[in-house]
Design a protein around this ligand. Sequence first.
Ligand SMILES: [Zn+2]
Length: 120
Amino acid sequence: MRRVYVRELKVYDALTDELVAEGFDRLEQIARYCYDNRLELPLHSKFGTFLRDAEGRFLYRGTHPGDFETADGEIVEGLSICPVCAGLAQPRSEGECMICTLCGFEFQCIPPQEEIGEVD
Ligand SMILES: [Zn+2]
């Protein structure tokens, strides 16, 4: 499927930056247009913001569940979708909770090794 992105209510090809479609008033119209024309939009949160990685590249649903890909198919690892707002979440630091970059929700918290099972 051709990957596209949206800027100022215009649809652009994600690989070539070529203008694909314009004349929309709302994001919902764009979503419908893309669905009808088999164009793939980047993942987006419940607030309608499109998800980007740390380098500002749009993120698309990967081939495997839970994977993220850039427009040219590069797999981006170590990120999650926030269960609350569907925004992009990343580890706060190594081995810690995932924290949502949009709403700040923390999840998938793993206690540090030394706190597991040991009582003195
Ligand atoms: Zn969130």
